[in-house]
Design a protein around this ligand. Structure first.
Ligand SMILES: [Zn+2]
Length: 292
């Protein structure tokens, strides 16, 4: 990851002398992504992912996104432990690196305009607990993986969150999880957590049908397309009509006139990196962030 990212940022004359940590600020990830050469890369990625989604959907024509049922508290705890193991190994983390497993529960604080506006959002990670909104049932497992990945990020790289928020306040952490809130490393943490989501959704696909995989892949396509359209607008390029026509059925609010949310930009950044270097980049990102 280091070498390619160095090469790419050197081309736009901004990243050559930056430390790894510096390269991963939201601003620098955005600068990296906002290059015209990423337009065809994203286009290819989106079309590939759409083809893949079509194949899955064909295998399970009757499955819809709304069929997943809620889990009991006991089952939630069990699943968290299983997902923790899987995410820890995906990120190559040892047991002693994450001192405590967070608690997990459903949370129904939904009646808020920003929640409604961004209703694809499903969970929160506080330093010691994960809160999930039952609203988007189909992304429960990937949602746990996403939030647990934040827990791992904050445990292994405590500066990530504290650099922005300072002293621990529950409301501040919740605020930090709003999709339109921008922190210094927000784009990095969200893109990184999207990698864990994808990993879990394919790991769970065999036991749970393709419900979770379908939802995550659809969201994935929507976020990448949002970034693709943003780049096309910036460089005055006409978007590919095949890309425009993809209908994932996922309720996503594209940014249209502004830039995409940090989740989408981080996802596009990591997807491009993953395509070049494979899934090892997620473990490497944590190691290199800490200077190892
Ligand atoms: Zn997140």
């Amino acid at each position: 990851m280091e070498s390619l990212y160095l090469k790419n940022t050197a081309e736009n004359q901004s990243g050559a002398n930056m430390s790894y940590k510096e390269k991963l600020t939201s601003e620098n990830i955005e600068n990296f992504l906002k290059q015209s050469k990423n337009i065809p890369v994203l286009e290819e990625l989106i079309l590939e992912k759409a083809e893949n989604l079509r194949t899955i959907a064909c295998l399970n024509p009757k499955q819809t996104l709304k069929k997943a049922s809620l889990l009991s508290q006991e089952k939630l705890n069990q699943e968290l432990l299983r997902i923790k193991k899987s995410v820890d190994s995906f990120l190559d983390l040892q047991e002693n690196e994450i001192p405590e497993t967070p608690s997990i529960r459903y949370w129904c604080f939904i009646d808020n305009f920003r929640f409604r506006k961004n209703f694809h959002y499903a969970g929160y990670c506080l330093p010691d607990k994960i809160l999930l909104m039952p609203k988007r049932k189909e992304i429960i497992f990937p949602g746990i993986a996403h939030e647990y990945c934040h827990h791992a990020q904050y445990s292994v790289i405590p500066d990530l969150l504290k650099s922005k928020i300072g002293e621990y306040k529950e409301e501040a952490y919740i605020l930090f999880e709003f999709p339109d809130y921008e922190g210094k490393y927000r784009t990095f943490t969200e893109g990184h957590a999207r990698g864990a989501e994808r990993h879990i959704s394919s790991a769970y696909a065999e036991q749970n049908g393709n419900l979770f995989t379908c939802a995550i892949k659809s969201l994935d396509i929507e976020e990448l397309r949002d970034c693709y359209s943003w780049l096309c607008r910036a460089f005055r390029k006409k978007p590919n009509s095949q890309v425009r026509k993809i209908n994932t059925g996922y309720p996503y609010f594209a940014s249209r006139f502004e830039k995409p949310v940090p989740h989408a930009i981080g996802n596009a950044f990591f997807s491009i990196m993953e395509r070049e270097h494979g899934p090892k980049i997620y473990a490497e990102a944590i190691r290199q962030f800490n200077g190892h």
